[in-house]
Design a protein around this ligand. Structure first.
Ligand code: PMP
Length: 345
């Protein structure tokens, strides 16, 4: 068993968290004169209630099959990424090992928190997880390791066994970002949080759930780490309207829509290689495709002219020549195919 407590910054371990007025009083009856709010009801004049947040947490926990004390809800998973640094990394001393190419916020949050980032390139072309090189980049000041699976922007999910090897061998905190896991046919690694004290799994309502505008992200780990996140977060990190809308939207059955996006992804992956300008479509377990083309900037500009905005990843190491294309509706995907056809003719 790893001693997680030793990895926590001493000031965080010793923190007396801010106690909100609503933490101290959990009821809803009576005249509220405890939180310096405006007393006139406009539906959002009160701070978010703890019970509303707990209702959303209970619903998300049930959907994920974890107990609520193992779940943190953040202002997007971006908040959880930042919290990993704030809880575990001593600015100016500690470092984080991060796969590359991957989601930019792992590195940006390292920079913001003045934590050295050690970028470790995936295997070229296969984008496989370089387990040995990741472990070789670790030293006694490495507190965090970030792995994203399915990975953005490469699209591939890593083998669960490889991720587990990292969890078992790494003495720091392994953060596995599964923002795109609902689109993957490979199993995720959420069960690892019950077997390894040092694993945090991030997921989000921004992708398969279609709630990017709400800003709700999930961190799942053991109750000790989750309690630290809850102490360090801003007191009211998720707003009243967001919580109310989340509870409503979480009643939806997302399976048919996810299945359609996956089917459209696979359809595009089948059709795109027929274009002369397309060199390669990388296999994807996510809701986007990484596509290597002859002249990425030329195609990018042509798509833009046709009203289609894709992501130019051609300057990113290992993604030279690549555009990242998010799967749209069938109609939008047809427009994409037509625009590439026009570009080539
Ligand atoms: N992780 C990954 C891998 C992402 O690609 C993104 C957003 N593109 C996020 C996290 C951020 O998600 P959220 O909206 O939950 O902050």
């Amino acid at each position: 068993m790893k001693d997680i407590k030793k990895l926590v910054r001493p000031n965080i371990a010793a923190l007396t968290p801010y106690s909100t007025a609503r933490d101290e009083y959990k009821g809803s009856l009576g005249i509220l004169m405890d939180a310096n709010e405006n007393p006139y009801d406009n539906s959002v004049n009160r701070y978010p209630s703890t019970s509303q947040k707990e209702a959303v947490r209970a619903r998300v926990a049930a959907l994920k099959g974890v107990s609520p004390e193992k779940l943190f809800l953040g202002n997007g998973s971006d908040e959880a990424i930042d919290l990993c640094y704030r809880v575990f990394c001593e600015p100016g001393r500690d470092n984080a090992v991060i796969i590359a190419p991957s989601y930019g916020m792992y590195g940006v949050c390292a920079d913001i928190n003045n934590v050295e980032r050690r970028m470790v390139l995936l295997e070229p072309e296969t984008f496989a997880l370089p387990v040995e090189r990741l472990l070789a980049a670790v030293d006694s000041d490495t507190r965090l390791m970030f792995v994203c699976s399915p990975n953005n922007p490469t699209g591939n999910a890593f083998a669960a066994a490889d991720i587990e090897r990292l969890a078992a061998s790494f003495e720091g905190i392994l953060v596995v970002d599964e923002a795109y896991i609902d689109f993957s046919s490979k199993p995720g690694v959420l069960p690892l949080i019950d077997r390894y004290e040092n694993v945090i799994v991030l997921q989000t309502l921004s992708k398969a759930w279609g709630l990017a505008g709400l800003r709700i992200g999930l961190a799942m780990s053991n109750p000790y780490i989750i309690s630290l996140f809850r102490q360090v977060k801003y007191p009211y990190n998720i707003g009243t309207d967001t919580l109310a809308l989340a509870l409503e939207k979480l009643q939806a059955d997302i399976a048919p829509q996810v299945a359609e996006i996956v089917a459209e992804r696979d359809r595009l992956a089948g059709l795109l290689p027929a274009f002369k300008c397309v060199q390669k479509v990388y296999p994807s377990d996510a809701n986007f495709l990484l596509v290597k083309v002859d002249e990425p900037r030329g195609l990018y500009d042509a798509l833009l002219k046709a009203g289609l905005i894709v992501r130019d990843r051609s300057t990113v190491a290992l993604c030279e020549g690549c555009l990242r294309i998010t799967v749209g509706t069938p109609d939008e995907n047809e427009k994409l195919l037509k625009a590439i056809e026009d570009y080539e003719s």
